[in-house]
Design a protein around this ligand. Structure first.
Ligand code: IVH
Length: 686
């Protein structure tokens, strides 16, 4: 039957698409080595989606389209672990002695003497996430569960399916009948930071740490929400196994097999003889800890041979064949001595907790960021509080939570940034503002504030601003750090000897730079406005302002109402411009810039804002006191356009003696006709 044939070929196509997408997913999410551009992937994915939509019977449980599916659950079902999920003993001695003690215990228990060969060990990372068991039956993921109390966990299959690196089907033609893979679900630090930054910008609650982020997502009853937080999985062990004839007989062999099945296994692991292998691994990972993409709280040592593991067995529900060797904690509690406010390069004000020194994440921490005012209030951090500080990776230490039960009676009041600073930048004294919809307070003394100096100078000199070629980051660092330049106005007082004395600055390049600075003196009003670095004033707004007002003074003095008349300028931008020019220090710098020779042609700009801006005029006949050319120049300087012929779009016809057909045409079309006196009146001369 033809119908059967069609359906068989569709079935084959769906299977091929599934296999190909699975291959691409594995390369992308597990190997971190994409094979095709995103568009190609998206095309295949859409084809499969369309196919399944048209033929729902083609939809299989392991289809990549089925990662996010299903409605929110009322609660998680209980899952009984046929092989319990146990924990491991922690070796408290974090010196090499810890590894030697573990080796001794193992050798004693196995009855090995000093002359017997070394035991082979496997060393792995100790992931700091949430333990998960993945159950594959005949290669297909059928269930994912949490550890719970070790005997009974929760069925979190829906959420775990949303983790892209978790294979929905094992890459094997002969998978075990049952394979329970155990490992850890975690959030990469970069994803955690990105997620929190986005939440912070929106004024929403942030995650305390990646572990809570991972645990919270997995325990989320709505899989759609769980899918929004990017999680990863790393395998390190197993539970029930049925029907796997060629099962490896070592710990590292098992992990290799998991890897070949397409499951993520961290590449940081080794197998080798004796405690020396473990000591080396411990040191190597300690040095690399900050560079790992995720948090670990230590390393785990395991006896490699599964036969020896079985002989060693368990004691107090902990394997005798494994031990965890911890690193210094990445979270510690300490006391808040003060809350300072720092001014960043862009004028952003960041509250920072000054802490009683605490050793966390391998370093002594005395400052921790509180990000912004709303975060401080949400966490309700007060001076005198005991707080949990986190330092993981190269990320700046941050206060993650307050231990409220330890708040002293004399703790400070709720945080109020504006009140604490009296409304002034702690560095330069300019007004501070927090715009509607923004999380940060900012200093408005952009041209003057020492904290913003380097950034302001770099922006001023940038190509699309004043275009001072050769004035890059390294040079600005030297000029500012050496005290040669405090504001952009000082650039125009630099001389050859001062520049030539700088690092890596030859006479010739000093000369070139001075020439570039000199050239920048002749600017346009639009470029100059843009160069000032006023918040929200980009190139387009700068041009609009220049065209509308024609002169710097007009802009400096324009009230908000007048600024709002400029096209595309709304209340936030208008206020930002107003506040900038209201800062006396900013105005001082402007005056200095002008005194030192920075100038621009205001007439060109004025034209666009002149009395005839947007008007079209036609000249005809002979005017009593002006030549035709003079009239044209005056009209253009006032922003008008002179056209050669009369049309409905003509605004005025200026008629002199012996005007001819153009006058007749104007009368026919009803276009206004004026004489020289009328033109002078329009020009504002009368
Ligand atoms: S082996 C029977 N290996 O640490 C022993 N555990 O207290 C099974 N963990 O909850 C554990 N990384 O979730 C093992 N490479 C690793 C691990 C690891 C993290 C977690 C595990 C468990 C806890 C052990």
């Amino acid at each position: 039957m033809p119908a059967m044939a069609t359906s068989a070929s569709l079935q084959a196509r769906a299977a091929a698409l599934r296999a190909e997408i699975q291959r691409l997913d594995h390369a992308y999410y597990v190997l971190d080595a994409p094979l095709v551009p995103d568009e190609d992937y998206d095309r295949l994915f859409r084809e499969l989606q369309d196919l399944e939509a048209a033929h729902p019977e083609l939809r299989t449980a392991d289809s990549p389209t089925q990662r996010v599916g299903g409605a929110p659950l009322p609660e998680f079902a209980a899952v009984h672990h046929r092989v319990p999920m146990l924990s491991i003993q922690t070796e408290t001695d974090t010196t090499p002695q810890g590894a030697i003690a573990f080796d001794q215990r193992v050798r004693n228990k196995l009855g090995l003497g000093p002359h017997d060969p070394p035991v082979i060990y496997d060393a792995e990372l100790k992931f700091d996430g949430l333990a998960i068991s993945l159950r594959y039956e005949h290669g297909v993921l059928v269930q994912a569960s949490t550890r719970g109390d070790g005997e009974t966990g929760e069925d979190v299959t829906q959420n775990v399916r949303t983790i892209r690196s978790v294979a929905l089907r094992l890459r094997s033609d002969t998978p075990p009948a049952v394979l329970e893979v155990r490992g850890e679900v975690l959030m990469h630090r970069a994803d955690f930071e990105r997620y929190n930054a986005r939440q912070r910008a929106r004024g929403l609650p942030t995650l305390v740490n990646p572990r809570n982020g991972a645990a919270g997502s997995i325990r989320q009853l709505d899989p759609q929400l769980a899918a929004q937080r990017p999680l990863h999985f790393y395998a390190y062990g197993w539970g029930e196994i049925v029907g796997w004839p060629d099962q490896p007989q070592t710990q590292h062999g098992m992990l290799d097999a998991f890897e070949s099945f397409g499951l993520p296994v961290a590449k940081q692991r080794v197998a080798g003889p004796g405690p020396q292998t473990l000591i080396e691994f411990h040191a190597r990972i300690a040095a690399a800890r900050d560079q790992l993409p995720f948090d670990i709280d230590g390393v785990v040592y395991k006896v490699d041979s599964l036969e020896l593991q079985a002989r060693l067995g368990f004691r107090n529900r902990e394997p005798v064949w494994a031990v965890a060797h911890k690193y210094p904690a990445q979270e510690r509690s300490t006391r808040v001595l003060a809350i300072d406010i720092q001014v960043g390069r862009t004028g952003k004000l960041t509250p920072v907790a000054k802490l009683e020194p605490v050793f966390v994440g391998g370093v002594t921490v005395t400052n921790a960021t509180l990000h912004n005012e709303d975060e401080v209030r949400r966490k309700d951090v007060r001076v005198g509080d005991t707080v949990i500080v986190r330092r993981a990776g190269d990320v700046i230490p941050e206060v993650v939570a307050v231990e409220l039960d330890r708040r002293p009676a004399d703790a400070g009041g709720p945080f109020d940034l504006y009140k604490q600073l009296g409304g002034r930048c702690p560095v330069c004294g300019s007004a501070i503002v927090r715009e509607p919809g923004e999380a940060d307070w900012r200093c408005t003394g952009g041209l003057y504030c020492p904290a913003q100096r380097k950034q302001a100078i770099l922006h001023y000199a940038s190509r699309r601003a004043m275009d001072i070629e050769g004035l890059g980051e390294k040079l600005v660092d030297q000029l500012v750090d050496g005290g040669l330049v405090r504001t952009v106005a000082d650039l125009y007082q630099l001389d050859q000897p001062a520049l030539a004395a700088l690092d890596r600055m030859a006479d010739k390049s000093a000369g070139n730079l001075l020439a570039a600075i000199e050239r920048s003196k002749s600017a346009t009003l639009a470029r100059f406005l843009y160069a000032l670095g006023i918040r929200h004033v980009g190139e387009a707004t700068a041009k609009d302002l220049a065209r509308h007002f024609g002169s710097l003074d007009a802009i400096v003095q324009a009230p908000v109402d007048a600024l709002l008349q400029v096209k595309d300028i709304g209340p936030v931008v208008a206020q930002s411009i107003r506040t900038f020019f209201d800062q006396p220090h900013n105005r001082e710098v402007l005056a200095l810039l002008r005194a030192r020779g920075v100038h621009w042609d205001e007439t060109g700009a004025a034209a666009a804002a002149g009395p005839l801006a947007g008007k079209t005029l036609v000249l005809t006949g002979t005017l009593p006191h002006m030549s035709r050319d003079q009239a044209r120049q005056r009209i253009e300087a006032a922003g008008g356009k002179v056209a050669g012929s009369v049309s409905k779009k003509t605004d005025y016809v200026v008629a002199g003696a012996e005007a001819g057909s153009k006058l007749a045409k104007a009368q026919e079309l009803g276009v206004a006709v004026i004489d020289e006196a009328g033109l002078l009146e329009l020009l504002g001369d009368a």
